[in-house]
Ligand binder design. Structure first.
Ligand code: UDX
Length: 432
């Protein structure tokens, strides 16, 4: 059992805190946001993450996890400090590490005579671990760069069944101590230096993004040559050298990680004059996907002004309420700009698009959103949309256009239900 402080009560911080408490440790989480801390103390999590509320409740009940706004309280007698603060993208693609630096300063200020091991989970600019090492050296603090690989919607599962644990440090004993914390998870451990650990996280996410853009580039070509991208990517996925993940064509990748991490790698490549072309292309293909459906709708309807359009899904992917850099939200905004009469529905997402925006209406169900719609767009791959009753959907609408932005509907089934099907690489857009 170790005493652990977690800095930052976001997706990563709360998941790590609850997971580490479940593994038998005593965890104190510090965040500067009073409202967040007050809610978390009552076991209320401010975002949607399946399984996390139950895990947190267990930690609170066993008194293994507490929340505070005081660094002094969180750091008192801590043996480890997990840093889990956001590092968003700046305008030029680099990562904004201002919150991280603030956290480092606060840690530096508040550790007393104890010398905890700093475990950095945030996705950071490469080189941060070495800077932190210098910053903390005189206080005797040792730094381990251990990027998180949690995927939203399955973060709890990812915590308890990690594919790998990366530990980058100059200090073998510190890395060993962190490895011990996770020994029960029996994950492969990669021991390396700080820069390699930091870069491996960016490299992994850029690769996942590249796979999505690759699938999307194939989707375009599939349309041109009369192939079905779904079958093409299935063929690819059966080759273990390629693997099945992140090959679904559609509106492209969004969220708080993939877009910013590819941009960060592109920025790094430009900075070091190391050919950024591949990474730039991944981003460009992704951007094109977002405008492509609007172009299809415009050529079908002529104008979208006054057209009633049901937008199913706002979250950047299924399994989360997160709408950060969501392709669905970007699409909704484009439709509003073209004066479409927009009705949105998402089973759990925060309705950021429509909050305070009188141009869009919110429905309480998919069929409710589709009522009297000219077109329905599936923009998030929620299972509820993939399994929607197509006849009921067609019956609710006044038009017959179904736009499958996530490749979750069979074009044949859609046509059999009376739809004109628009999608990505699934056989001739709009052709009945
Ligand atoms: C990602 C990484 O998967 C995770 O390991 C890392 O730690 C954080 O970043 P996340 O941002 O939660 O996780 O989402 P992910 O599941 O990777 O999906 C990202 C985006 O790609 C979503 O918008 C999703 O809809 C899209 N996507 C994913 C596709 O368009 N096609 C696919 O085949 C897979």
């Amino acid at each position: 059992m170790a005493k652990i402080a977690v800095v930052g009560a976001g997706h990563v911080g709360v998941t790590y805190a609850a997971g580490l408490a479940e593994l038998g440790n005593v965890v104190r989480v510090v965040d500067i946001d009073r409202a967040k801390v007050a809610r978390l103390k009552r076991g209320q999590i401010w975002f949607y993450e399946p399984g996390l509320p139950e895990l947190l409740a267990r930690g609170l009940k066993r008194r293994r996890i507490t929340f505070t706004t005081s660094y002094a309280e969180a750091l008192s007698r801590a043996e480890f400090v997990f840093v889990c603060v956001p590092t968003p993208s700046t305008g030029d693609g680099s990562l904004d590490d201002s919150k991280l630096r603030l956290a480092f300063d606060m840690i530096r200020k508040h550790v007393a005579e104890e010398a905890p091991i700093i475990v950095n989970k945030s996705t950071v600019p490469v080189g941060t671990g070495d800077i932190a090492d210098k910053l903390f050296a005189d206080a005797g603090l040792r730094v381990v760069s251990s990027p998180e690989f949690l995927s939203e919607g399955r973060a709890v599962e990812d915590f308890f069944h990690p594919q790998r644990i990366v530990l980058g440090s100059r200090d073998d004993a510190a890395a060993e101590a962190v490895a011990k914390l996770f020994a029960a998870l029996r994950a492969p451990i990669v021991r390396t230096d700080n820069a390699t650990a930091e870069f491996s996280k960016l490299a992994a996410n850029a690769f996942l993004a590249m796979k999505v853009s690759y699938a999307n580039a194939l989707a375009r070509l599939s349309e041109a040559v009369g192939a079905d991208v779904e079958a093409v990517t299935r063929v690819l996925s059966l080759d273990p050298r390629i693997g099945p993940g992140h090959l679904r064509a559609g509106l492209g990748f969004g969220g708080s990680c993939l877009p910013k991490d590819v941009a960060a790698v592109e920025h790094l490549a430009r900075k070091h004059d190391a050919n950024p072309d591949l990474f730039g292309a991944v981003l460009r293909v992704n951007r094109d996907q977002r405008s492509r459906l609007v172009d299809d709708l415009l050529s079908h309807f002529g104008s979208l002004a006054g057209r009633r359009i049901a937008l199913l899904g706002l979250a950047f992917k299924a399994g989360t309420d997160d709408t950060r850099d969501s392709a669905a939200v970007a699409l909704g905004e484009q439709l509003l700009a073209l004066h479409a009469d927009l009705v949105v529905y998402d089973p759990v997402a925060r309705l950021d698009l429509v909050n305070g925006d009188e141009r869009a209406a919110v429905a309480r169900s998919a069929l409710g959103a589709a009522r009297r719609a000219d077109a329905t767009i599936i923009a998030t791959e929620w299972p509820e949309f993939a399994g929607i009753d197509l006849l009921a959907l067609r019956g609710a609408m006044r038009g017959n256009v179904l736009v499958d932005g996530r490749g979750v509907i069979s074009p044949g089934a859609a046509r059999a239900a009376g739809f004109e099907y628009f999608g990505f690489g699934r056989g001739g857009n709009g052709s009945a």
